[in-house]
Design a binder for this molecule. Structure first.
Ligand code: ASP
Ligand code: MG
Length: 409
């Protein structure tokens, strides 16, 4: 008998049929004697539909009211789920964010959970055995409804698991787990049995979309084991857990591809204090996130500054940079949207030399030119020409033996 948090994403509760299936699967676990907190997302497409509705009223909806509106998506799914469970003869009740006492700061649209008062949930759990909690929403100090940002239900689930001391947070989704590469790109990609929080954080920030990155940060902080698995079958998925000695032996755990970035180069920027600040300040002020940044000397007294932003922010960034570049006398600004970022992630590279050179050698063998490189302790990313993206992923996957469980050191 265990205390378990289960979270089901939008596609897992995408129809009434699916909601009934989820209810059955929750009851199966209840039958084993477990107590369950079930966190649900809105039914697939609902949050987007609500946002579209708001845009019909105004292009710039008030953020407090948008949160009230978006929270109804999860309100619908938890109530339908609780009805389904009860109709199958089991007790259950639904709780919205405020009833579950999920307290957040006041930033509408991307609120952060500050604390959770678990009393109500624990009381209902004791009485009923199953409690459904609306994901993605909370309440601020002034009793206003807040939402946690898109994909925020994962964070609700992990935070609840930490608050009630659950033995595991199971995230049910439409894929089987975390893979060594995107199976749509690389046929030999393998489902990983286990992965560390650190690696998962890198993968999530590199563009792997299975888990919301804030939920992994939460899990790491409170040491909550996450089990990512499919809601469409009963197969074991991937455990995301604290690192162990065993995990460090594997050089590379996964290859991640991101085709959503674009590159901007400010060529022959005068090499003077303050110029980087002048280039980036308007970009940051516009709320645009810059990923890789590389600067290197070009001609005498000049530098080339290259960085990447998401493709959606490319045109806007280019405009901002063009203006400043002219003012400070840079020679020209170049942009390239036809790029891809391939990255390898693995705890093992922390204390093993030669991983980078193997990556570069592998790309060289395929005649793939590297435009930009960036590294962290457990990650190496290379920007390459867009058309080689898939080839690069497959070559790296093979080179590091990921089809067979990963090369060990
Ligand atoms: N329903 C919200 C969204 O679509 C939260 C979630 O699904 O995690 O972003
Ligand atoms: Mg999600």
């Amino acid at each position: 008998m265990a205390l378990i948090v289960q979270k089901y994403g939008g596609t897992s509760v995408g129809s009434i049929e699916r909601i009934k299936e989820v209810a059955e699967s929750v009851i199966e676990s209840r039958e084993k004697g477990n107590r369950l907190v079930v966190v649900l997302s809105a039914m697939a497409g609902q949050t987007d539909a609500l946002i579209r509705l708001s845009k019909e009223v105004t292009e710039t909806p008030d953020l407090r009211e948008l949160d009230v509106l978006m929270a109804t998506g999860e309100q619908a799914s938890v109530s339908l789920f609780a009805m389904a469970v009860k109709s199958m003869g089991y007790d259950c009740c639904s709780l919205l964010g405020f009833q579950a006492a999920i307290y957040t700061d006041q930033i509408h649209g991307k609120a952060r959970i500050k604390n959770i008062d678990a009393d109500r949930i624990l009381k209902e759990l004791k009485e009923r055995g199953i409690v459904a909690v609306a994901g993605f929403q909370g309440i601020d100090d002034g009793s206003n409804i807040t939402t946690l940002g898109r994909g925020g239900s994962d964070t609700t689930a992990v935070a609840l698991a930490a608050a009630i001391g659950a033995s595991v947070c199971e995230i049910y989704t439409d894929v089987e787990g975390i893979f060594s590469a995107d199976p749509n790109v690389c046929a030999r990609a393998r489902k990983l049995d286990r992965i560390s929080y650190e690696e998962m954080l890198e993968m999530a920030s590199l563009g792997a979309k299975v888990l919301d990155i804030r939920s992994v940060e939460f899990a790491k902080k409170f040491n909550v084991p996450i089990h990512v698995r499919s809601s469409f079958n009963r197969n074991e998925g991937t455990m995301v857990v604290a690192e162990s000695k065993e995990m460090e032996k594997i050089l590379v755990s996964g290859v991640v591809l991101d085709k959503n970035e674009a590159r901007i180069t400010v060529a022959k920027l005068p090499d003077r204090p303050g110029n980087a600040f002048r280039i980036f300040d308007p970009i940051f002020k516009a709320g645009i996130v810059v990923d890789m940044i590389v600067q290197n000397p070009s001609a005498e007294g000049r530098v080339d500054l290259t960085f990447t932003v998401t493709k959606t922010h490319f045109q806007e960034t280019l405009k901002l940079v063009d203006e400043v570049a002219r003012e400070i006398g840079a020679e020209k600004v170049l942009g390239d949207q036809d790029i891809a970022k391939v990255s390898i992630v693995g705890l093992g590279m922390r204390n093993h030399a030669g991983v980078a050179s193997k990556m570069f050698e592998t790309l060289a063998r395929e005649n793939i030119n590297i435009g930009l490189i960036s590294t962290s302790e457990i990650k190496i990313s290379c920007v390459i020409e867009g058309k080689y993206a898939e080839l690069a992923v497959r070559a790296l996957h093979d080179a590091f033996g990921l089809g067979n469980g990963g090369e060990k050191n």
